[in-house]
Design a protein around this ligand. Structure first.
Ligand code: GCB
Length: 590
């Protein structure tokens, strides 16, 4: 993990490839240990913070904090970590101070903390999410770099801990062409450590990850796949599901335990979000989780949940709140799910990047199905191998994180990308990866309409289980009468979910049905959309764009003023627009 070269690179001050030279390796999905429901210690709270526009922390190795030269003479330091201002973690820096609202670039977080050993053999540091790039330093040592702003990562810090510790995290939210997402998106570019920072203490051998789900084509068998880590991985893993009176001892072979066993769980569904307490123990390690069991599949043009045909009554949502940016609170997550339920939804599309792990946990409990997505959004650098690796790593981190969440039924490998050869190779590769590592869920992506032929046709659909289709008839394609033609021109051989349609409306703005940006116009678009889409046999779900208005610097007309106004609610969620009630009606009648 340690890159010793990183310790003496005085030249880096003027060196433009300092990052590649001194700040590898990358921390990837292999670093993750299953931690949902494990006890962890929080390092949240006040951290010292400094904007570091010229990246001097990395260039001039500030983290090594050398106060004296080789002859013991005092050095003029350009920083004082302890004197920097304090900021909250988790939080987006943009919402912490007016001055940082539009800041884009590197910034440094610093925290001191004490550590005493309680008998554990290993200690891991977990960062829930930081937008986008993070460089981790503990006690003057560089420990690793992580790319990807929405997924968790971990690193083992056992050997670098002492009683008094200093931890620095350099976080950079610069948009970059080769990154995922790339430079141009339709949402606000938040920065900072906006999910929990925690310590995880583990014994010498421990459970690295596991999945527990219904066997394919059976409601009476469960399958456990578990990986343990550490030395001498022998003995047995114990699995208990007390309510089902299951207690099994499963032998480990080469660090893996696999078992298929009889069980008759009550099935999870939005109407009956039944969860079972599951306890897994291995030697001195123990995990306790709440898991639901359900089967989701596609046959012909239908989607089935537990053998019953379903229609995904959905809504799309960004991860944002006016006060907290991306650092949404549990209360806000519950509020969003309740609003969707009030609209009679059974499903939410979490656009366009992984939202907090808490969303899926809460959705498991409250009973709502989820679409989860990685930010392969618009014009990604599809020709670039590093970009692919980054996207695939984010996908694997997301799947590992939410593998046992019954609410998650679809992995989406991207949104609205032009149908080129490079994109096909890139995104079909991601779809294949998702299917290979998780055969218990469906794979999709939100595709663009073939405008030239006015129909659904995208070469990627061959690799998907469900065709996700965005269409903006009545808005970007103003002639809404073309919607029915598009649907009738299309002959999909799979279920289609309309992943987006919509129209902008400033909340409270009224006018005639023809006045753009009024609630009346938005309502007209929704009425026409539901009228047409409701009659198309192959459409098996909708997630209109979007639950509430969200910040976006690209939107600057007099109605928008920095917000995308296609929400069915205002950004503060206090006002429901007319179209909200149209969706509520439509879903109640399906
Ligand atoms: C889209 C994008 C979404 C945008 C939306 C819009 O097709 O997928 O991210 O925000 O359109 O409002 O233009």
């Amino acid at each position: 993990m340690i890159d010793n070269k990183g310790e003496n690179h005085i030249g880096a001050l003027h060196d433009e490839d300092y990052k590649e030279k001194y700040f590898t390796p990358l921390i990837n999905h292999n670093s993750l240990i299953y931690d949902i429901s494990r006890a962890k210690e929080s390092l949240n709270g006040k951290w010292n913070f400094q904007i570091d526009q010229y990246d001097t922390f990395l260039r001039a190795n500030w983290y090594s904090n050398e106060e004296k030269d080789q002859n013991g003479l005092e050095m003029p330091l350009d920083h004082n970590f302890d004197h920097w201002e304090e900021i909250n973690v988790p939080a987006c820096w943009n919402t912490e101070s007016k001055e940082y609202f539009y800041y884009e670039g590197p910034a440094i977080y610093h925290k001191s903390f004490k550590y005493s050993n309680y008998g554990e053999d290993k200690v891991f540091l977990k960062i829930g999410a930081a937008n986008y790039d993070s460089y981790i330093f503990l006690n003057k040592k560089f420990l690793g770099h992580h790319q990807g702003g929405s997924t968790p990562f971990m690193l083992e810090i056992t050997d670098y801990l002492s009683q008094e510790n200093t931890l620095q995290i350099a976080v950079d939210n610069t948009r970059r062409r080769e990154a995922v997402p790339t430079k141009n998106t339709d949402w606000f570019n938040y920065g900072g450590i906006y999910r929990d920072v925690e310590l995880l203490r583990l014994p010498e051998t421990y459970i690295k990850d596991f999945s527990l789900a219904l066997a394919e084509n059976s409601y009476q068998q469960l399958v456990l796949n578990l990986t343990a880590a550490g030395e001498n991985l022998t003995d047995k893993v114990k699995l208990e599901i007390p309510e089902l009176e299951i207690e099994l001892n499963i032998p480990l072979a080469n660090g893996k335990a696999e078992a298929v066993f009889a069980a008759k769980p009550e099935l999870w569904s939005p109407d009956n979000p039944k969860l079972y307490q599951v306890i897994i123990s291995y030697r001195n390690d123990r995990i306790e989780d709440q898991i639901g069991f359900r089967q989701v599949k596609v046959e012909g043009r239908d989607i089935y949940l537990n053998g019953n045909k379903i229609f995904l009554k959905g809504i799309a949502a960004h991860e944002e709140s006016l006060n907290n940016g991306k650092a949404v609170t549990e209360t806000e997550i519950i509020e969003n799910i309740k609003l969707a339920k009030e609209m009679n939804c059974n499903y939410i599309r979490l656009a366009h990047y992984p939202h907090s792990y808490k969303v899926a946990q809460i959705a498991d409990q409250l009973g709502v199905m989820l679409w989860e997505e990685i930010p392969v959004y618009w014009a990604i650098y599809f020709e670039n191998q590093f970009t692919y690796n980054d996207a695939e790593n984010q996908l694997l981190e997301l799947i590992k994180r939410d593998i046992n969440r019954a609410s998650v039924i679809i992995w989406s490998v991207g949104n609205e990308n032009e149908d080129t050869d490079a994109r096909l190779k890139f995104m079909s590769g991601l779809a294949n990866t998702a299917r290979k590592v998780d055969p218990t869920r469906l794979v999709s992506a939100a595709c663009l309409v073939d405008e030239k032929n006015n129909r659904i046709s995208d070469r990627l659909t061959e690799y998907l289980d469900i065709i996700g289709q965005n269409e903006y008839y009545g808005w970007y394609i103003p002639d809404i009468s073309k919607l029915i033609d598009c649907m009738e021109n299309s002959k999909p051989d799979k279920p289609v979910v309309i992943t987006e349609f919509g129209a902008g409306a400033l909340s409270g703005e009224r006018g005639t049905k023809d006045d753009l940006f009024t609630e009346d116009y938005q309502l007209k678009v929704y009425q026409k959309q539901t009228e047409v889409l409701g009659k198309i046999e192959y459409i098996k779900g909708l997630s209109p764009w979007i639950l509430f208005d969200f910040r976006c610097p690209r939107r600057t007309n007099k109605y928008q003023q920095g917000y995308n106004r296609k929400g069915l609610l205002s950004a503060d969620k206090k006002h429901k627009k007319l179209a909200f009630f149209e969706m509520q009606r439509f879903y109640s009648e399906i």
